[in-house]
Each structure stands twice: as structure tokens, then as C-alpha cells.
Design a binder for this molecule. Structure first.
Ligand code: GUN
Length: 294
């Protein structure tokens, strides 16, 4: 069997086009142009790529982007003061502070300082708590993108067995709540889990978000399972170039899975598309408009 390839690149493109159409509609009808502030501290190379791409896609969707770049050695108080200004700036509907942050800055303190209504990452404790209790919420972008991809091939997850490998606040933990909300039976696996391959082999849905290149092998996968690969691992190849590989051994897995996301071109492109969705939704909530049709 050869798996259906879930084309995240095409699905993200489609989603961005729907967001752009909704932005055009609210701009024309309500003179509302959604705006997002992206705050970057220092020069983390992965962050540079991500932020550049974000700025481009925000503009292409017809939204405003306000970029704030602070030096690597910026004081925490200065970053908090910037966030206080952005929280009260009426043109800013979404605030994203790119992680990781340098050691002198307490990342949790920074996340806590973002107005929960503008928290388009969904990292603020209030939004985390809302997600955990099944309330409407700003959903973190990468898990939201994962759910959109899995729903393409599995419109109902009710009663399915799902494993999420990885327990990060950015991906694993929010995914747990999203899967539960769709009535899957969820297991979170992590570095201390016993016999991970045997556990995975029982699962209808497998989400790999652990940051270990090609960890998940063919014999970890139940025949016909849906595999969502969240990993973005940069590998120096023999040709001297850098290659991006996922947490799943794609070449092996595609012969046994029912459906699988490639890397690159799977979950990655969905993250920024979902950031656009969250920014548009935040702008509508803040402006007391009905929820957009995306
Ligand atoms: N760094 C890596 N992924 C993310 C993300 O989703 N949001 C933020 N703010 N920083 C990140």
C-alpha cells in the first residue's frame, strides 16, 4: 500500500486565499484591516527564516504587519514595555513574540504580559486554560494546522486511538486537548515512555513532535494509520547542503501508513496560514464583529 500524501503546501495556500478573501470583505464592509505585531529578539537563524516568511504572507493576505526587532542583549523590562504599548495599540490585533528568547529574559513573564485577546500564539495561561476546559479559544498555530490536515483524511476522529509523541507547550499538550475535543482516545508519549514502537503500532493516528530526525520507523506504524509529522530537523548532508527532515522516516512510512504528511510541505506551511486565521479572528473579536468564515 502507498499512503495518500497530505499536501500541506496546497492546503495552506487554499487557506491563505480564504483568509485574504475574508480580510478584503471586512476591510470593505467595516474598514477593519487586521494587524499583527511580530517581535523578534536577536538573530536566531531559524527565527529569521520564520519571521521573514511571516511578514511576506501577512502582507499577501492584505493584513498589516508591524515588525519589532530588538537586540540580543535587550533588557526584559524594555521588552515588557513594548508589549504594554502593543496591548493598547488599536491597529494591532495580534501579538507574536518569536521564541526562543535569550537567557536574560523570562519567556513565561513575556507570554503572561500579552493581552490574551491579542495572543495569536495561544500561549497565554488564560488561553491554555480555556483550551484545556473546552472553551472557545485562540488555538496555537501548529496544532491547529495539524488538526486541519488530519481532518482532511479523517473527518471524524471519534473513538480513534491517537498518540502524540512529544509534550511541549507549543505542540504536544495543545494537541492532546484538540484531539480530546474531537473524541479521540489520546496518549501522550515522551522520553520516559516504555516501548514506544509497540505503543505506536496500536494507534490509528500518530503525531510526531519530538524533534528527532526520522525517529519513527515503518514497524512503529499500524497499517493504514494517519501519520502527521511535525518535525523540522535541519541535517547537514554529504553534499554540504542543509536538508530538512521530519521526525518520521518518510521513505519507509509511506509504504505502510494510510495517509502521511511530507516534510517539507506538510505541517510547516500550515503554521503561518493558521497565524493569519488567528489574527483575522482576533481582529473580529476585538472589533465586536461576527466570527469570520475561516
Ligand atoms: N518558535 C517556534 N515556533 C513558534 C511559534 O509557533 N510561535 C512563536 N512565537 N515562536 C515559535
Amino acid at each position: 500500500m502507498t499512503a495518500t500524501i497530505i499536501d500541506g503546501k496546497a492546503i495552506a495556500e487554499e487557506l491563505r486565499a480564504r483568509v485574504a478573501a475574508e480580510v478584503a470583505r471586512v476591510s470593505a464592509a467595516h474598514r477593519l484591516v487586521p494587524g499583527i505585531a511580530v517581535v523578534q529578539v536577536g538573530h536566531n537563524p531559524a527565527s529569521e527564516v520564520y519571521v521573514r516568511s511571516k511578514t511576506r504572507q501577512v502582507a499577501a493576505a492584505g493584513m498589516r504587519s508591524f515588525d519589532h526587532r530588538l537586540p540580543e542583549d535587550v533588557r526584559e523590562a524594555e521588552l515588557l514595555a513594548l508589549l504594554a504599548r502593543l496591548n493598547t495599540d488599536a491597529a494591532v490585533h495580534g501579538i507574536l513574540v518569536q521564541l526562543p528568547l535569550p537567557a536574560q529574559i523570562d519567556a513565561q513573564k513575556v507570554i503572561d504580559a500579552i493581552d490574551p485577546a491579542k495572543d495569536v500564539d495561544g500561549f497565554h495561561p488564560l488561553n491554555v486554560g480555556r483550551l484545556a476546559t473546552g472553551m472557545p479559544v485562540m488555538i496555537p498555530c501548529t496544532p491547529l494546522g495539524c488538526m486541519m490536515l488530519v481532518n482532511r483524511v479523517r473527518p471524524s476522529l471519534a473513538g480513534l486511538d491517537a498518540v502524540v509523541i512529544g509534550r511541549s507547550n507549543v505542540v504536544g499538550r495543545p494537541l492532546l486537548h484538540l484531539l480530546l475535543a474531537e473524541s479521540a482516545t489520546v496518549t501522550i508519549a515522551h522520553s520516559k515512555t516504555h516501548d514506544l514502537p509497540a505503543l505506536c503500532r496500536r494507534m490509528d493516528l500518530l503525531f510526531a513532535a519530538i524533534g528527532q530526525p526520522a525517529l519513527v520507523k515503518a514497524d512503529w506504524i499500524k497499517p493504514g494509520a494517519t501519520v502527521i509529522d511535525v518535525g523540522i530537523n535541519r541535517i547537514a548532508a554529504a553534499d554540504g547542503k542543509t536538508h530538512i527532515v521530519g521526525d518520521v522516516d518518510f521513505a519507509q512510512a509511506r509504504d505502510i501508513a494510510g495517509a502521511i504528511t511530507p516534510v517539507p510541505g506538510g505541517v510547516g506551511p500550515m503554521t503561518i496560514a493558521c497565524l493569519l486565521v488567528n489574527t483575522l479572528r482576533a481582529a473580529c473579536v476585538i472589533s465586536h464583529l461576527p466570527a469570520p468564515a475561516v
